[in-house]
Ligand binder design. Structure first.
Ligand code: ASP
Length: 438
């Protein structure tokens, strides 16, 4: 049994958090591969080390002294080391880094050092080997991960060992350091889990899993206990803030379960994500797994009599959107009409040209745009087996005075999506939550 664990910035923030990490790792001998983020915030007004490193680089670029910020970073890690009573030689490493900053260091190399120092300390503290990501996480020239080379290199470097790996970065073919986009340590953990065929990828953070709705809209939403990869994709696509978007693919491809856990509440089971669940295990009558949504969509509607039998008309419409590089989010259609749901900020710069082109090329009987539309998705794998789910959703929204402007359901019956006016957005989410979750 092998478990790969990733600890986010808040789990690495200070010596107290390091101690929690150690207790979690030592509680299970299968927890042998640990990926870490840079130290994060200790309290609301604190700074993330990665932010400070980006700031250092900006100072260097503009020729302004970054000594004060650099000292904050250095001191943060020295404090953790001293508080934990470790002997890790950070002084000479920080001195070498400072020198390199004077002679020329790339932005990506500099910002990657937050994870590097965090991993060095955690390795010493756990008594694990430090395994630098630059030795195995390989990018291709186009900036994507070279999965084959990466997996092979990690299998060679880590098999049979207990290791701590810095997240967030790897190397380009010429050996220079490249980072993922922000939050990318999630991806490092997923790649490590996939490369080593882990039984589970535990992603430890500061919340007890994903919530069923946005806590800014719904008061104290319940956490999601179990969610499939497909449901998670639906929810994160429409707006739920979850993991870094590149995280899912490597673990899903290898059918590895992903468990979101809370370092500050280690006994809470968090959210378990799998390809599928044996639904008999935990009977649960709720048919909604989560609710998410986003505001500010535009709906372009075209009506043309005989449209349904005009072969190729959809392709011609979509080609026009492609011409302006606007992606279509949803495409509800009737017999002689079709609506294109697009993000307003993407279509706004070209809306007049696009409407002109649609008029000229498609010759619709009616063509109009409605702005200020919000999309809300109720996602749930059990909807497919529960007759009347969508009926109940529409009825509750109607009873609460919410006018549904658009309805769509994916062919997998994994979601019911409604378009409502922007002003009804929060209320739609609240009504769905109160009616079907609470
Ligand atoms: N430290 C990096 C960031 O703050 C990467 C990560 O934590 O995942 O974005």
């Amino acid at each position: 049994m092998l478990k790969v664990l990733k600890f986010g910035g808040s789990s690495m923030a200070d010596a107290v958090q390091f101690a929690k990490v150690k207790a979690i790792v030592e509680a299970d001998p299968a927890r042998r591969v640990v990926v870490v983020s840079a130290a994060g915030k200790r309290c609301k007004d604190d700074h993330k080390i990665t932010d400070l490193l980006y700031l250092c680089h900006a100072h260097i670029q503009y020729g302004v002294s970054c000594d004060g910020i650099f000292d904050m970073i250095r001191q943060r890690y020295l404090d953790i080391r001293n508080d934990l009573g470790l002997a890790t030689d950070l002084e000479s490493e920080f001195a070498a880094l400072r020198k390199k900053m004077d002679t020329g260091i790339s932005k990506e190399e500099l910002v990657s050092r937050g994870e590097y120092f965090a991993a060095r300390l955690m390795a010493d503290y756990l008594g694990f080997d430090f395994l630098d990501a630059e030795l195995w996480l390989k990018f291709k020239l186009d900036g994507t991960v070279d999965q084959e080379a990466t997996y092979e290199a990690l299998q060679r470097a880590a098999s049979g060992r207990c290791v701590v790996i810095p997240g967030f970065y790897g190397t380009m073919p010429d050996g220079t350091i490249k980072t993922f986009t922000r939050g990318g340590s999630d991806i490092t953990g997923a790649l490590a889990a996939a490369a080593l065929d882990a039984d589970i990828y535990e992603n430890w953070t500061d919340v007890s899993g994903f919530l069923m709705a946005d806590p800014k809209i719904v008061q104290d939403p319940q956490p999601i206990e179990r969610i499939t990869y497909a449901e998670l994709r639906e929810l994160s696509y429409i707006g739920a803030q979850v993991l870094h978007e590149g995280t899912i693919f490597p673990v899903r491809e290898k059918n590895i379960a992903l468990n979101i856990r809370n370092t500050n509440q280690p006994d809470h089971p968090g959210t378990m994500i799998r390809e599928a669940f044996d639904e008999q295990e935990v009977p649960d009558n709720r048919f909604i797994t989560g609710i998410a949504g986003r505001k500010n969509f535009s709906v372009i509607s075209l009506t043309k009599s005989g449209m349904s039998s005009e072969v190729g008309i959809l392709r011609r419409i979509l080609e026009l959107l492609e011409k302006y590089n606007v992606s279509v989010e949803y495409l509800p259609s009737g017999i002689d009409c079709v609506s294109l749901v697009v993000a307003t900020d993407k279509v706004a710069p070209c809306i007049y040209q696009l409407m002109g082109d649609l008029q000229k090329e498609i010759k619709p009987d009616k063509l109009h745009v409605i702005d200020n539309i919000a999309i809300v998705a109720a996602v749930g794998r059990k909807m497919a087996f529960k007759p009347g789910s969508s009926g109940k959703i529409f009825a509750r929204l109607g009873e609460n005075g919410i006018n549904i402007r658009m309805i769509t359901q994916g062919p997998e019956e994994l979601n019911v999506i409604v378009g409502v006016d922007n002003k009804d957005f929060a209320n739609t989410i609240r009504v769905l939550y109160d009616s079907f979750v609470k």
